[in-house]
Design a protein around this ligand. Sequence first.
Ligand code: 5GP
Length: 227
Amino acid sequence: MFGWFGLVVLFMTIPAREPYVFADIRPTLAILDTQNYLRQHDSVPEVYASDIAGVLLSEGDIRNGISAVSARINQDVRSLSKSAGVVLVTVLHGAMVFSSDLMRRLHFPFQTDSVAVSSYEGTESTGSYQVKKEIGYSILGKDVIVVEDIVDTGGTLDFLIRHINAKNPASLRTVALLDKIDRRKPQFAHIKADYTGFVIPDAFVIGYGLDYVGHYRGLPFVAVKKK
Ligand code: 5GP
C-alpha cells in the first residue's frame, strides 16, 4: 500500500519535461549592430560579404549546438519503453541542412520524411497556414520528431503540432535549430520546441538552410542579413 503511495508521491515530484535550449545568444546582436562584426574564424565568400551584417553562429557554434541537442534526443528516445518506429519529419526547405547534420548524430533507427507548410499573412494579425507537401508515411502509432529551422511568431510550429497530432502518432517531439523567442505572437506564447539549438535576437537570419527568396541556403554559418 505504502509502495503505491510512494510511487504516486514520486511522480508528483518529477518536474514536467522542460524544453531543452542549448544556448541563448540574444546579447550578441549588439555587437553585430554596432561593429558590423564578422567572426575571425569564418570565411565569408566575397560575393556574399556585402549582404551580411554579421555572422551570428559559426560552423563550430552550430556543430556544438547539434552535438548537445542530439545527445538529448538520443537520451530521451532510448528511454521510450518501446516504439513502433521513429519518423524524423523535416520541415522543408529551411530545415534540410540542419536535419541532414542532425540525423547523422542520432543513434537509433528511424525513417525520414518531410512536410512543407506555407503561411499567408493577411491584414489580420493571425497567419493562415496550408500544407504544401504532405508527410508520405503513415505516422499512426509512431514516434514522430519534427525538425524545424526556426521558430519566429510560433504560428508554423503551432499549426504543425496540431496537423501531426491529428494523425495520431504515439508521441510527437519538436526540434528547432533557432528560436526568435522575442518575436512570439501572444497567442503562440506557449509554443516552444522540445529541443532548441539557439535562442537568437530579433533579426532576419540567413544561411545554413535559411533563405532570402531562395538564396543563401548554402552558407555554412548563420548570418544576420544586411537591411
Ligand atoms: P513562424 O510561423 O514561427 O512565424 O515562422 C516560421 C518560418 O518563417 C520558418 O520556418 C522560416 O521559414 C521563416 N522565418 C522566420 N524567421 C526567419 C528568419 O529570420 N530568416 C529566414 N530565412 N526565415 C525565417
